[in-house]
Design a protein around this ligand. Sequence first.
Ligand code: ADE
Length: 323
Amino acid sequence: PFEYSLRPQRLPEYIGQEKVKARLEIALKAALGRREVLDHVLLYGPPGLGKTTLAHVLANEMNSACKVIQAPALEKKGDLAAILTNLDDGEFLFIDEIHRLAAPIEEMLYSAMEDRKLDILIGQGPSAQTLKVDLRPFTLVGATTRAGLISKPLHDRFGMVHRLDYYTREELTVIATRSSQVLGVELAPEGAGSIARRSRGTPRIVNRLLRRCRDYAEVKGDGVITSDLADACLALHEVDDLGLEGLDRAYLEALCVKFRGGPVGVRTLAAALGESDGGALEDLVEPYLMQIGFLDRTQQGRKATEAAYGYLGLKTVPNSLFS
Ligand code: ADE
């Protein structure tokens, strides 16, 4: 068994995010021309838009490898010191969810990023000594879904900060088509459009829905993903015309009906939906609902828009009628 990666390896294969690509292309060419490492890069934006993919693409373009670590996995300063001192010359380190770094580890990154130096404390008490270690040149790529949670000292040490945006329907169609070729499944152009339309602007969702449609085509069809087949498959999986799924709809129903359109706090909504905290809602559900104009985030809390009521087939009822 062998699975090809759906991730593009090189910048020209990376679809969309044209402004980000244009800026990175120049930085890459300049760094290669000077035989230097690429400046540290911070990528932010909703999950599934290709931050990890882009980090690997940048490393490939610099003819380097890329190590990947989730910020919460770095528990002790020694964890980060071990990784940094073991990087090869010019290697990339991708730290995902970088807003979740523990403070002492984040502080250690400052001198590593700025001066390629680590201060390592050896021993304890009065006999403790700090050891200064020089690091080999490296590029840090940080990724976060919450740019607002990055401290200013960390933010300021990135030479480039790029925001990834939701993809257009056309870009998602191209991604679906490209992925179908990698997977070796026949995807009709209208089938690609049908998947793209329901993918909430997100390549990760395109690829997930494409795999489900491939299964469906092999088991229920003749192996070809037509638009009718895609529609039937996505109906089975309860992905609706806007790409909203169970949790998205449950969120809107709770907000519009139970909380009468808000304003309501995200933690209250999370509790009503049986989610442990608001984090998953804030990362996975709310950004796209805001993008399509179903949700307002206000000082007082979350509020449903007219469009959200329209989507649910409900009339808006002024709050005052309930009191
Ligand atoms: N897979 C994930 N993101 C992608 C992108 N931007 N282009 C092509 N394939 C992708």
